[in-house]
Design a protein around this ligand. Structure first.
Ligand SMILES: CC(C)(COP(=O)(O)OP(=O)(O)OC[C@H]1O[C@@H](n2cnc3c(N)ncnc32)[C@H](O)[C@@H]1OP(=O)(O)O)[C@@H](O)C(=O)NCCC(=O)NCCS
Length: 158
C-alpha cells in the first residue's frame, strides 16, 4: 500500500441522463437523487484512493446551485482533497449539460467524508493525499479546519 497518492489518480466521474423517474414535482432532477449519484461517485474516488471498502460517514456543505431538466446530462466529478488517518474528504462537483447544445452549468457542490474499512469492517489507514493544484491546497486547508473543528463537536458514543 503506497503511503501517499496523487489526487488525480483517484479522481472519478459519473455521467447520468435525467429521466422521468428522477424528477421532483417541478419537473427537475430531485435533490435526493442527485445526492445519491454524488455519493456513488465520491465512493468511487474513496475506494480508488484507499483500495479499500469505504463508507460515507458525513456530508457537509451541500449546495444546489441550479435546477436540471429531464433529458439533460448530469456530469459528476469526485476528487479527494483531504486525508487524515482513516478518513478522506472528497468534493463532488455536478455539472448539468444540455446534450443538444453542449451548454454547461454548475448544478451542485458537496463535500463527502468517507472512512476506509479493513476486512473486519474496522477503520483502517489510508494513503496521504498528494495535492496537485491551488484548488486542492485551498480545499485541503479548509478540510483540515473542518476535521479539527469536528473533533470537538462529535456526538459521544453510548
Ligand atoms: C464510519 C464508522 C466506521 C466510523 O466509526 P467510529 O467508531 O466513529 O470510528 P472512529 O471514531 O475510529 O473514527 C474513524 C474515522 O471516522 C472519522 N469520523 C467519525 N465521525 C465522523 C463524522 N461525523 N464526520 C467526518 N468524519 C468522521 C474520524 O475522524 C476518524 O477519522 P481519522 O481516523 O481520519 O481521524 C461508523 O461510524 C459507521 O459504520 N458508520 C456508518 C457508515 C455507513 O453505513 N454509511 C452508509 C450510509 S448509512
Amino acid at each position: 500500500m503506497p503511503t501517499t497518492k496523487k489526487a488525480s489518480e483517484s479522481q472519478s466521474h459519473l455521467t447520468w441522463i435525467v429521466q422521468p423517474e428522477d424528477l421532483n414535482m417541478h419537473g427537475n432532477l430531485f435533490g435526493g437523487r442527485l445526492l445519491s449519484l454524488a455519493d456513488k461517485v465520491a465512493a468511487m474516488a474513496a475506494m480508488r484512493h484507499s483500495r479499500r471498502n469505504c463508507v460515507t460517514v458525513s456530508i457537509d456543505r451541500v449546495e444546489f446551485k441550479a435546477p436540471i431538466k429531464q433529458g439533460f446530462l448530469l456530469d459528476c466529478t469526485a476528487r479527494v482533497h483531504f486525508t487524515a488517518r482513516t478518513s478522506m474528504e472528497i468534493k463532488v462537483t455536478a455539472m448539468g449539460e444540455n446534450p443538444l447544445t453542449g451548454d454547461r452549468k454548475l448544478v451542485c457542490e458537496a463535500l463527502f467524508s468517507f472512512v476506509a474499512l479493513d476486512g473486519d469492517d474496522n477503520p483502517t489507514e489510508v494513503p496521504q493525499i498528494e495535492l496537485e493544484s491551488d484548488e486542492d491546497r485551498r480545499l485541503n486547508a479548509e478540510g483540515r479546519a473542518r476535521y479539527e473543528a469536528r473533533k470537538g463537536t462529535r456526538i459521544k458514543k453510548k
